[in-house]
Design a protein around this ligand. Structure first.
Ligand code: TXA
Ligand code: MG
Length: 322
């Protein structure tokens, strides 16, 4: 199959309506989209990504009202969050209606819903009368793509079309939330919307630990967003004895590390801005994973704002067994 990259919304809409897959831009990462209510389309998503069927997908819509067709209840807290943060990098896990196929939700009674903040994709979703299921458009276990080129590098010949919406502005996946049985807002995955921002609207927030090896919702698998070579979170000086300086790739927040060639280093935000750092994280991981280095040493980021999501992704990458 030939894979085209372009900006033709009508073409993308036509393919999706026919049950085919299209990679779509969002503000977080590129998604691998298909009709979320079609078992056949969703099955293709799992096959193209080589993703285990126990890992459920997010349904994307252009407005919350559309979710009422496939969600059985939208709690007030979620309406309040959506009024403040959607479209945006937040995903709501809600009880589903039976018309959502089991394969989309991995058999769970809930479904994840998100309104992405990207003009192209909002236009596209507005043309469709079904939600678009879209996991990140990377092969399972690899780094999420933040440009159309990243998607092409990994999924060329597997899907017919990549809708190019430019580089993703947020750069880490959405924050996933649900309402626990007791009514508290629970964060299932740290992401592009910070806890601090959420707390300006809902002060009482609980964060679910993401360290189980066999979680019930396995997007929280310990090892996930991983490059091909070993990644550690540590002080680079500790590796100068066992590796040559030119064998080490560095990911740091705002400063270069001494004693290691500049070309090996990715400083994510010279100004010390965590949002900017998040936007550059996955690109940096990819660039350092082109076979030039033996190890990537990443700095631990400040544990606040988007720094938490950055640390979470680095920890998952570091947990990968070589
Ligand atoms: O920013 C994002 O969320 C991107 C863009 C494309 O929208 N999508 C994304 O999808 O990150 P994915 O499939 O890579 O991660 C979605 C995760 C799953 O791994 C799973 O943990 C969680 O969402 N999820 C989906 N449905 C769920 C459910 N019913 N209950 C709990 N978690 C769920
Ligand atoms: Mg993913």
């Amino acid at each position: 199959m030939e894979t085209a990259i372009g900006q033709d919304l009508d073409h993308a809409a036509k393919l999706l309506t026919k049950g085919q897959l299209v990679s779509i831009p969002t503000e977080t990462v590129y998604g691998l989209g298909g009709n979320g209510l079609s078992e056949k389309a969703v099955l293709q998503i799992f096959e193209v990504k080589n993703r285990p069927k126990f890992d459920p997908l997010i349904l994307h819509v252009d407005r919350l009202a559309k979710a009422e067709a496939f969600v059985s209840e939208i709690p007030d807290v979620v309406r309040k969050l959506a009024a403040n943060f959607s479209p945006g990098p937040i995903t709501y896990v809600l009880p589903k209606k039976s018309r959502v196929p089991d394969i989309t939700t991995s058999g769970q009674s809930t479904v994840a819903v998100r309104i992405p903040d990207h003009p192209t994709t909002l236009d596209l979703l507005g043309k469709l009368d079904f939600p678009v299921a879209a996991p990140s458009a990377n092969p399972f276990g690899y780094i999420s793509p933040t440009t159309a080129q990243h998607v092409w590098d990994q999924l060329q010949s597997k899907i017919p079309y990549i809708l190019d919406g430019g580089p993703c502005q947020v750069g880490v996946e959405s924050t996933i939330v649900t309402i626990s049985a007791g009514g508290t807002l629970k964060i299932l995955r740290l992401g592009g919307l910070s806890i601090e921002a959420i707390q300006t609207v809902v002060p009482d927030v609980e964060v679910e630990k993401s360290t189980q090896d066999q979680p019930d919702a396995p997007g929280r698998l310990k090892s996930h967003y991983a490059p091909g070579i070993r990644l550690v979170i540590d002080n680079p000086q500790n590796y100068l004895e066992s590796y040559q300086p030119n064998e080490i790739g560095i990911i740091s927040f705002n400063k270069l590390v001494e004693g290691i060639p500049e070309a090996n280093q990715r400083v994510l935000s010279p100004n010390g801005d965590l949002k900017e750092a998040a936007a550059h994280l996955f690109k940096a991981m990819r660039e350092l994973d082109q076979g030039l280095y033996k190890i990537i040493v990443a700095e631990r980021f400040p544990d606040e704002g988007l720094g938490r999501a950055i640390n979470d992704r680095l920890e998952k990458a570091a947990a990968k067994k070589p």
